[in-house]
Design a protein around this ligand. Structure first.
Ligand code: SF4
Length: 265
């Protein structure tokens, strides 16, 4: 066995001891994995847990969500941010309900499912040896396996994917990597041995300032819509246009109403 293959085995053993027991780790259901992954996009794990549990209690399958008016779906999403994700989930549920799940190579046909989320479904629901390469996993691989991922042991795709998620988030983090504080990949880690851990951090996308941004104003307007049922377009015409463009709201004269509101009332 090569040193890198031994490192992967050590990572799996570490996950067995230290891995977290998030609710989406107790299922291999594609729908549950899709919901969790969409929620985890841009939202911290600790914030997602209660939303995920409430959502899955209310709509445990795609067929349940299809029946729900979009206004209710958006109201349930309230507080998670980026409500376009809820609309995409609702649309994806409709497609799955009508046509069934796409095969593995066509998961990105579903609204809101990009290459990362498709890989996560294949890894965490289907157990395939596919790495869902988010920024955390890319950072671990870049530091510990600069020549590329050495391969996943047969049947351990789920464990490896989850282990890398936890390791990248909590041990091999961007700012404060804990190389000599229990990292299971420390032996022969090229970045740590060279004292160059921070130099091989993959670049992260810079986020534009949130305060006063269109994203924040969209959220504020959508919150008003879901709480009150309507808002004047003139209160923020640009945010109103953006919500209408994304199909999250529609105009009624000079007012804006959330899509699906009629069904909600
Ligand atoms: S030894 Fe340090 S750089 Fe290498 S994988 Fe572990 S935490 Fe990351």
């Amino acid at each position: 066995m090569t040193p890198d293959a031994r490192a992967v085995r050590a990572l799996i053993r570490w996950f067995g001891r230290e891995g977290h027991d998030f609710p989406w780790r107790n299922t291999r259901d594609r729908w549950a994995i899709l919901v969790s992954e969409v929620m985890l996009q841009s939202t911290q794990v600790s914030r997602v847990v209660p939303y995920y549990e409430a959502w899955m209690t209310r709509w445990p399958g795609a067929a349940d969500l299809v029946e729900a008016p979009l206004g209710e779906v958006l109201a349930q999403w309230q507080g998670l941010g980026y409500p376009r994700r809820a609309r995409n989930l609702h649309a994806a549920a409709g497609i799955i309900g009508e046509h069934g799940w796409p095969d593995s190579d066509h998961l990105t046909d579903l609204p809101g499912v990009g290459a990362y989320t498709a890989a996560a479904i294949r890894c965490f629901a289907d157990g395939e040896a596919v790495l869902p390469e988010d920024v955390n996993i890319r950072r671990v691989v870049a530091r510990r396996f600069p020549g590329g991922w050495p391969g996943t042991p047969r049947g351990r795709g789920w464990d490896v994917g989850q282990a890398l998620m936890d390791l990248g988030r909590e041990v091999c983090s961007a700012r404060t990597p804990r190389c000599d504080d229990g990292c299971p990949l420390r032996t022969a880690c090229p970045a740590a041995d060279a004292g160059a851990v921070h130099e091989v951090t993959p670049p992260t996308r810079r986020q534009s300032p949130y305060e006063g941004s269109l994203r924040q104003r969209r959220g504020t307007l959508l919150r008003t819509l879901t709480e009150r049922g309507r808002a004047p377009v003139s209160s923020d015409p640009e945010a109103a246009d953006s919500l209408v463009g994304d199909g999250l709201a529609e105009r009624r004269g000079r007012s804006l109403v959330p899509v699906g509101w009629a069904a909600l009332r």
